[in-house]
Design a protein around this ligand. Structure first.
Ligand SMILES: [Zn+2]
Length: 301
């Protein structure tokens, strides 16, 4: 086992980690809060073995197979909204996984590009007809200033060098192009209710923890201005699951987790009354910035 090192500086504002405050409740994930900008991050840097353990056997094909009709519909809606940035007609998905989001852009007439880390994944994407750059978050051979949209979904929480990566994204975008970002919301009601067993706390995979304010800070530093930011989707399923593990376990043992499954969510989407109720809840959370996930569009300034 190779020894692990600690981050010497805040990944966001560069203040010394010696001034950061440890968060003892979140010690499983090695969390500290920056003494200067209050950003929450994992002090312990995962080593190669840690990464090999969690990413080595990741099954991307399963990601393709697990998509529900509702997922596909939502992705398509987002892609059509982002299509208004079309000038060069080029979209890049950073660490695209199975490339499932990108294909909607192809349907809209865009030329689609991806990056991934492992050779195996690059070949998987290429087999789908997607031009794929090696080099992970610093794609080799991608043309600077050429992309209308860079897709950066559920990636930023996995990295502890967000400033260089966002700077690279900015360099790849054409003037006025945008980056589309999604990430779990550490400032969410869900995280506050659940606490240290919140499902998004998952060192070594998640090592930086974002709030709307900290996203603004990072993107502002790297040449972007915010076009739109919302938070949404409280997950009753995750709350019940977490509370069942904790002190509420006896009270909640009869609550069916299946009742909050994806299938149930699809039913909610299908029922007008339920879906209006859900929209109202999510509207309230969105307006207060405390929804479980952050979705944001930032334009290259
Ligand atoms: Zn900081």
């Amino acid at each position: 086992m190779i020894d692990r090192e600690a981050l010497t500086n805040c990944p966001l504002c560069d203040a010394g980690s010696d001034k950061a405050r440890r968060l003892p409740k979140f010690s499983k994930d090695h969390l500290v809060r920056c003494g200067s900008c209050k950003f929450v991050y994992s002090l312990l840097i995962p080593n190669d073995e840690d990464y090999a353990r969690v990413y080595g056997n990741y099954n991307y094909a399963a990601e393709d197979e697990s998509r529900t009709d509702l997922n596909i519909l939502k992705e398509r809606e987002i892609a059509s909204r982002l299509a208004r940035y079309r000038q060069t007609g080029k979209v890049l998905d950073m660490a695209a996984g199975a490339g499932r989001f990108l294909v909607h852009f192809r349907d809209l007439g865009f030329t689609i590009y991806a990056t991934e880390f492992s050779e195996k994944m690059c070949l998987y994407l290429e087999a789908k007809g997607i031009t794929t750059y090696r080099g992970g978050l610093f794609p080799e051979g991608a043309e600077p200033g050429s992309f209308d949209v860079v897709v950066f979904t559920e990636i930023i929480e996995h990295i502890n060098n967000p400033i260089p990566v966002l700077t690279e994204i900015n360099r790849l975008l054409r003037p006025g192009g945008c980056v589309y970002i999604t990430t779990p919301n550490f400032a969410s009601l869900e995280r506050r209710l659940i606490g240290p067993t919140w499902g998004m706390l998952m060192w070594p995979e998640h090592i930086t923890y974002w709030s709307p304010r900290h996203l603004d800070l990072a993107l502002g530093k790297t040449g972007f201005r915010r076009s739109r930011l919302t938070t949404q989707n409280i997950s009753p399923y995750r709350i019940v699951q977490a509370l069942k593990r904790g002190r509420m376990s006896s009270v909640l043992s009869d609550v069916s987790e299946q009742g909050f499954s994806d299938t149930a969510q699809e039913k909610v989407a299908g029922s007008k009354l339920l879906s209006t109720a859900k929209k109202l809840v999510n509207f309230g959370l969105g307006a207060s910035g405390t929804g479980s996930g952050i979705t944001a569009i930032y334009e290259k300034a």
